[in-house]
Design a protein around this ligand. Sequence first.
Ligand code: MN
Length: 306
Amino acid sequence: MERYPAREAQVGGLGVRRILPQRARRTVGAWCFLDHFGPTLPEQRYRMTVGPHPHIGLQTVTWLLEGEAVHTDSLGSEQVIRPGGLNLMSAGNGIAHAEETPRGAEGVMHGIQFWVAQPETTRHGPPDFEHHPRVPEVALGASAARVLVGSLHGVDSPARCDTSIVGAELSLAAGSTAVAVEPSHEHALVVLDGEVGVTARGEGDGREATARPDELVVVEPGAQQLVLATRSAARAMLLGGEPFESPVLMWWNFVARDREEVDRALSEWESGSDRFGGVDSGLEPIPAPRTPWVSGETRPRRGPSG
Ligand code: MN
């Protein structure tokens, strides 16, 4: 099993651990981005303000562990999200959105922002936004899973899926938990708290690793079951999916296939094109960064907006 550490990054003034993409591991199924942010300290009274910014070619999956946030987008959506709820925004050809802490809800913020690459069949299509106040739960012996997207142990999330993927939050009881997984999927485990021994059962039997917080532990296809062992209660995210159909080019807030697509999206955002539309958030739109292939830089000037 491959293990990759997170790297520290900043998004909207908030320190995050960026767990995906990794230099040597760009995607796990269609999952292409994972930031674990917070928890902020209560006395910090953290207030998130991420102004309008565009996305193309990806779904944003927002999952909060503590705190709350309000999402507004260019479709006219305005949605508060709280722990246990799921926001799923599909950018397709283009969408803009903003995220901030609702007035009076300043305090602890803790959660995960995922992106899912959209396949050729939907990435040029219309944008969409879904909110699910709760997602289905499934018991795994003494442990439990909440199924954000896809299917686990026969329990299906109602959230839109453009490719075959799964995403679940695992609340692991001390001891050993067996999780049946789809053998055609590649998987990753990201421990949020605790320490989890991971053993893959199936093809290539006996592969194992110890997963510590904020590491990406990758299990290649062939596993039928993941056996997760902990000495005390632990929490982890399980991601999986069919290996993605093509390499992706991720730049700023865009998931594309080549530089021309990114250049066009950047210039259309800068020019206020109808492609992205306006967001009624009261916040200033985030200007597009220059690309390294124009400026000659080899490293991004600015990371994703969230
Ligand atoms: Mn965003």
